[in-house]
Design a protein around this ligand. Structure first.
Ligand SMILES: O=C(O)CCC(=O)C(=O)O
Length: 194
């Protein structure tokens, strides 16, 4: 995964936040969000100087098979490059159509997508429970969620893992770098060799 994250986020990419998603049959949709416009801080996608760059980037691991039509992750292909906002009548998912794709996945596989892609969640229709893990990464210069406090203590809504939570040696140098707070000046590359 590291080479993809390096390529899309830059050599100093970091883990920002994550969560799990469980859906039982019949659970409702989550409206479309993201998209090339309007430009939102932290959701940038651009190609410049021969390089693709994303800000908030999602790696979504399926813990169960997802067939097309089961529901779950849905995307509007190419919408991260759009220059027209998604009409609200389409974003609400009330009018499904060929422009919207439900993404099939095998258990254990990962889908990588930029939050700048218009995406959402279709109602879950399969008999088995949907189980997915979301890991969200950012370039080394930015945090997406506001969990850093000047006094170094964790905010009440969870906070990031801190080196003090682990015994010395529990984390590899790469793991320590990937979990570092965002900053720019003299920041080490997360995986120096990739
Ligand atoms: O996989 C899904 O159900 C969509 C998740 C989502 O909306 C997001 O990652 O922002």
């Amino acid at each position: 995964m590291a080479p993809y994250l390096t390529d899309l986020l830059g050599k100093q990419f970091r883990f920002d936040h994550g969560h799990a998603m469980l859906m039982k049959k019949g659970l409702e949709a989550l409206a479309l969000h993201g998209g090339g416009v309007p430009k939102e801080p932290g959701i940038r996608y651009e190609v410049a100087d021969g390089q693709i760059r994303s800000e908030l980037l999602v790696v979504e691991y399926a813990l169960c098979d997802v067939a097309e039509g089961d529901g779950g992750l849905c995307v509007v292909p190419g919408s991260h490059k759009s220059n027209f906002a998604c009409p609200s009548s389409l974003a609400s998912l009330e009018q499904p159509g060929a422009w919207l794709r439900n993404v099939p996945q095998k258990a254990g596989s990962a889908v990588i997508f930029t939050e700048a892609l218009t995406h959402g969640t279709l109602p879950w229709t399969a008999d088995h429970e949907r189980r997915a893990l979301f890991y969200r990464y950012t370039p080394g210069y930015m945090a997406f969620v506001g969990r850093y406090r000047e006094d170094g203590l964790e905010a009440s809504d969870g906070g990031y893992p801190q080196p003090s939570h682990c015994d010395e040696g529990d984390w590899s140098p790469e793991e320590r770098r990937i979990l570092k707070a965002p900053y720019v000046w003299k920041r080490d590359d997360t995986f120096p060799e990739s």
